[in-house]
Design a protein. Structure first.
Length: 220
């Protein structure tokens, strides 16, 4: 990412953190970094999620790295939950270069856990009619290892049975899910996934190739 653009984003991040205080985490992800597993180049109030510069991407960032959406829409004011139970009000802003390409992501995560406790205690005074649109949508993943574990859990939930009871078609379905959600962008993920599903790496990648071959047939 251009150094001038990065410095501008750092200035904005510092201003947001100062404005909203220690419960407001502001993160800059560099999508042009050589190592996508170290996408965080700057962070203010990292104690909110326990992250720091040099840590890996969140689910939102991984999706952009995987799919390279040329025109992603900013996602503002949604709720997330961290693995340790904090509730965050989050916003994701896609930063483009002079050519319009997405090169960075500015993420804002405000810890509203204490405010929700107050609201619950004083609901008669503070309750307002909501739009019904806000909901918890994502798990804030702290590092890529946690992300891989989370994706594996989701793949098993998708199939609906433990690995010990899965047949070949079940495992193919689970592994396709992992591939489509960027699991194999993570270093050495193939080894871990193969061990988890009790298959060889050759079999693992044959399942992925099978999916790609089916896509080619569908396009033809």
């Amino acid at each position: 990412m251009d150094s001038k653009r990065l410095e501008m984003l750092k200035q904005i991040a510092a201003a947001l953190a100062a404005q909203f205080g220690p419960n407001c985490e502001v993160v800059i992800h560099d999508l042009t970094a050589r190592d996508p597993e170290r996408s965080i180049v700057f962070i203010e109030n990292g104690h909110v999620t326990g992250r720091r510069a040099g840590d890996g991407p969140s689910t939102v960032v991984m999706e952009q790295l995987l799919h390279a959406n040329e025109d992603p829409k900013d996602h503002l004011g949604y709720l997330t939950r961290t693995p340790d139970g904090k509730i965050l009000k989050s916003s994701t802003v896609y930063i483009r270069d002079g050519r319009g390409r997405v090169t960075a992501i500015l993420s804002i995560n405000y810890d509203i856990s204490a405010l929700l406790m107050v609201e619950n205690a004083l609901s008669g005074l503070l309750h307002t009619a909501g739009t019904g649109q806000e909901k918890e949508e994502r798990i804030t993943v702290l590092n890529v290892s946690d992300m891989l574990d989370d994706l594996i859990e989701q793949s098993v939930a998708l199939v609906g049975k433990p690995v010990a009871l899965m047949n070949k078609d079940d495992k193919v379905r689970a592994i396709r899910f992992l591939n489509e959600h960027g699991a194999f962008l993570i270093t050495k993920s193939g080894d871990k996934v193969a061990r988890y599903f009790g298959i060889s790496k050759y079999t693992l990648y044959s399942y992925i190739d099978l999916k790609q071959e089916e896509k080619r047939h569908e396009q033809n």
